[in-house]
Design a binder for this molecule. Structure first.
Ligand code: SAH
Ligand code: SF4
Ligand code: F3S
Length: 467
C-alpha cells in the first residue's frame, strides 16, 4: 500500500511559531499572566495531543490552571468513540456558558475527534454560541493561528476540512509528568472496523520517520523519563506506508538499544498484524515490558467477520499461545465489545469462553455504541438494552474473578516496579506488566525502579513493601 505522505512543511510550521511569538508578546503586556486549561477525553493519542496543546499554550505565554473559572483559554480535546463520551462533552461545554458569562473575555475551543465530525461542528456552531474555536485533529498544529484570530480579530473559527491527515513534526509538547511519556509512532487508522469512528476522524495510517522517533526517544531518555509508551491505533502496521523496510519490531529494537534505565511499552496492537518477530523482539529485550494489549473485541468468529476485524477466534487464540511460548509470564490485556448488532446469546457465550480460556490480566469492556456514519450503524440490532446490560454484567463478573485470582497469585512474589507517583498518602508504582502496586515510602523515590514484595491484592490493584 502506498500513497502520498503529507508532511507539514517547515515553512508552515515556522509561520505558526511566528504567530506564537506574536501572541506571547501580547500576553506579556497584560497586567497578569493569562491562564489556560486543557481538558482531555478519550485515549492516549488524545493525551499526547493535549501535551502539544499545552506546549503551544506555554510558548504563547499562558500559565496552566485546572480551574475553569479563572482560565482565559479553555480547550476541550474530545473523543468520539462512544456516544457516552460525546454526551459528557456536550454537558461540560454547555456548563461553560456560566464561566464565560462571568468572564466574557474567555476563549473556548472544542477540538479532537468529536469536533472533526461535521454534525458535531454544525451543532456547536448553531447551539453553543459561546464556543469560539472548533477544529479537528488534522488542524491541531494550526491552533496558534486560530487563537490569534479570535484574540486579535474576534469572530469564530471552524476548521474541520476532511483530510487523510498529515504529519507535523516539531510542535512543542508540555509533558504531564517526569516519569512516564507518550511517544506517537504513527497516526490514523486504515482498518475500518465496522463499529468504529476513529478512521473517519483521524484519517489514514501514516508513520513518522524512524529517525524522528529515535531522536524523540533519545530526548526523553536524556530528560530522565523512565516509562515510554509508543502510541498508534495499530502499531503493528507501523512503517508500511514508508516503504523503508522498517517495521515496528525494528523501532522497538532500536529504542531499547539506547543506553539508560527505562521501560518501553506500546499500544495498541491489532491481532491481524501481530507477528512472531514482535514476540521474539519483546522476549529478547529486558527493557521492553512483558505486556501486550491485544484487543479481541469478540470471541465469535461470525461477529468478528461482521466487525471486519480480519482474524477469527482460532487465529486470536493461536497468537496468545505464541506470545506465551516466547514469554510465559506475559501480562495480557484486551478490549471487548458486548452487544454488537446481531450478537446472539450463542455469540456472547463464545466471548465468555474466550475470556475463560485466555485468562486476561485485565479487560476493558464496552457495550456497543452506535456511531452514525459507520457501517454497523445500519445493521439490524434486535437485542434489547437489558439483554446487552445482562451480558455485560456477566462478562464483568467473570473477568473480576479472573483478575482477582491472577492478582492473588502475586502475593509473596518480588516484583521490580517503577514508582511513578503518589495517591492518598501511598506511593503508586507499576510492575513490568503494568499492574498497579501501592506501597508506603518517601516521595523522593518517585521516578526510581525498586524491588517490592507483594503483600496484598484486590480485583484491580496490588499492595506491597519495599525490600
Ligand atoms: N485501535 C484500537 C482501538 C481504539 S478504540 C484497536 O483496534 O484495538 C478503543 C476501544 O474502544 C476498541 O478496542 C473497542 O473495544 C472500543 N470501541 C470502539 N468503537 C466502539 C463502539 N462503537 N462501541 C463500543 N465500543 C467501541
Ligand atoms: Fe477503530 Fe478498528 Fe482502527 Fe482500532 S483498528 S481504531 S477499532 S477501526
Ligand atoms: Fe477517542 Fe479519538 Fe482516541 S475517538 S478513543 S480520542 S482516537
Amino acid at each position: 500500500m502506498s500513497y502520498q505522505r503529507t508532511v507539514i512543511s517547515e515553512k508552515e510550521l515556522e509561520e505558526q511559531k511566528r504567530i506564537m511569538a506574536e501572541v506571547a508578546e501580547r500576553n506579556a503586556s497584560l497586567p497578569e499572566k493569562p491562564l489556560a486549561l486543557v481538558d482531555t477525553y478519550g485515549c492516549q493519542q488524545n493525551e499526547a495531543d493535549s501535551e502539544k496543546l499545552r506546549g503551544m499554550l506555554l510558548e504563547m505565554g499562558y500559565g496552566l490552571t485546572q480551574d475553569e473559572a479563572e482560565a482565559d483559554v479553555i480547550v476541550m480535546n474530545t473523543c468520539a468513540v462512544r456516544e457516552h463520551a460525546e454526551q459528557r462533552v456536550y454537558g461540560n461545554v454547555g456548563a461553560l456558558t456560566h464561566t464565560k458569562k462571568a468572564k466574557p473575555t474567555q476563549k473556548i475551543a472544542v477540538c479532537g475527534c468529536m469536533a472533526q465530525q461535521k454534525s458535531v461542528a454544525d451543532r456547536l456552531k448553531a447551539s453553543y454560541r459561546h464556543v469560539d474555536m472548533v477544529f479537528g485533529p488534522h488542524a491541531l498544529w494550526r491552533f496558534p493561528e486560530f487563537l490569534r484570530k479570535v484574540l486579535f480579530e474576534g469572530g469564530r473559527v471552524f476548521e474541520i476540512t476532511p483530510s487523510d491527515g498529515a504529519i507535523a513534526e516539531g510542535i512543542p509538547a508540555s509533558r504531564d509528568g517526569r516519569v512516564k511519556a507518550w511517544l506517537s509512532v504513527m497516526y490514523g487508522c486504515n482498518n475500518f472496523c465496522t463499529y468504529c469512528i476513529v478512521p473517519y476522524v483521524r484519517g489514514r495510517e501514516r508513520s513518522r520517520l524512524p529517525e524522528d522517533i529515535i531522536k524523540e526517544a533519545h530526548g526523553l531518555i536524556d530528560a530522565g523519563y523512565k516509562d515510554i509508551t509508543l502510541l498508534g491505533q495499530n502499531v503493528n502496521s507501523y512503517g508500511r506506508d514508508l516503504g523503508l523496510g522498517v517495521d515496528f519490531s525494528d523501532i522497538l529494537s532500536e529504542i531499547s538499544a539506547i543506553p539508560g534505565d527505562f521501560r518501553l511499552r506500546f499500544m495498541t496492537s491489532h491481532p491481524k498484524d501481530a507477528t512472531e518477530k514482535l514476540f521474539r523482539t519483546m522476549a529478547g529485550s529486558d527493557k521492553i515490558a512483558k505486556h501486550i494489549h491485544l484487543p479481541f473485541q469478540s470471541g465469535s468468529s461470525r461477529v468478528l467477520k461482521a466487525m471486519n476485524r480480519s482474524y477469527d477466534r482460532e487465529r486470536y487464540l493461536s497468537l496468545v499461545k505464541l506470545a506465551r511460548d516466547y514469554m510465559p509470564d506475559i501480562v495480557l490485556t484486551s478490549d471487548v465489545i458486548v452487544g454488537f448488532p446481531g450478537e446472539t446469546e450463542e455469540d456472547f457465550l463464545e466471548t465468555m469462553s474466550l475470556v475463560e480460556s485466555v485468562r486476561f490480566d485485565a479487560l476493558f469492556t464496552f457495550i456497543y455504541s452506535k456511531r452514525p456514519g459507520t457501517p454497523a450503524a445500519s445493521y439490524p440490532d434486535p437485542a434489547t438494552r437489558e439483554e446487552k446490560q445482562d451480558r455485560f454484567d456477566r462478562l464483568i463478573a467473570l473477568q473480576n474473578s479472573v483478575s482477582e485470582e491472577k492478582h492473588k497469585a502475586y502475593i509473596g512474589k518480588t516484583e521490580r516496579v517503577l514508582i511513578d507517583g503518589e495517591d492518598n498518602g501511598l506511593l503508586t508504582s507499576r510492575t513490568d506488566g503494568g499492574r498497579l502496586v501501592r506501597l508506603e515510602g518517601d516521595n523522593s523515590l518517585i521516578g526510581s525502579f525498586r524491588n517490592v514484595r507483594i503483600t496484598g491484592s484486590n480485583t484491580w490493584a496490588l499492595s506491597g513493601e519495599l525490600i
